[in-house]
Design a binder for this molecule. Sequence first.
Ligand code: NAD
Length: 251
Amino acid sequence: MNRLKNKIILITGIGSGIGRAAARSFCQQGAIVFGVDLNQAAGDALAGELQEYSFHFYQADLSTEAACIAAVRECSDRLGGIDVLYNNAGISVIAPLLDTDAATVERIFAVNFLSVFYLCQQVIPIMQAQGEGVIINTASELAIVAQPLYSAYCASKGAVLSFTRALALEYAQANIRVNAICPGPIDTPMLQAEFEIDPDPDRSRQQGIATMPIGRFGKPDEIAEVALFLADAPPLLHGAAIVVDGGKTIL
Ligand code: NAD
């Protein structure tokens, strides 16, 4: 129960799905969790649920550099450092290329990729001063394989994976471990919202399940468990893209 006792973890996107499951799991392992989300109500609700733990909610829209700088400063000033940065916040857009306007593609890059870039840029000096640190970035199976109608999303997650690898090499000798998680379909509000676009969401959901070799979607807790593992993994686990997809991408 105390795998991460008193480790300070900044997790983004804790209001829903994978981030919420991860905030719970890290708290249960004794970590001090600084959870960031756009959604005030969802963050407040989680803070209420996690009262017995060291959970600190901070509301922010991480789509700007200024917001990322402020979030890292607040975490570090309030809690005294950052041992693990878990970049999880993200959005998805499903649209044909020709219907994807500039505002949409800029927003998806700002949230899915630029927030990761700016947050890493801010935590690296803190981790260097500490002499160690862990960064976990959330890419996707769609950083590795592609899917029609996901061009902006695929590109943003490809950027996260490529950036993760470059960062891992740049800081390979700094005692800062950098890895990416590439989830397959995980049963969260994001995934359900994608089915709701279809006129027949139940059929769309069943078609999605049919693409899963294990016969079901992933669960948020399963990704949280991988994030926990990455948070205290051996130093050799560095620069990796951990695909967690029930075998979908090897089918
Ligand atoms: P979700 O929609 O259930 O939760 C995402 C959370 O991020 C929400 O609480 C939302 O408020 C927050 N968020 C969104 N924009 C934000 C912003 N600008 N600033 C701060 N917070 C913001 O999604 P999820 O399914 O839990 O996905 C989590 C991560 O995993 C995302 O990066 C997603 O792309 C990735 N992912 C998910 C799946 C899947 O099938 N669910 C698959 C591959 C990758």
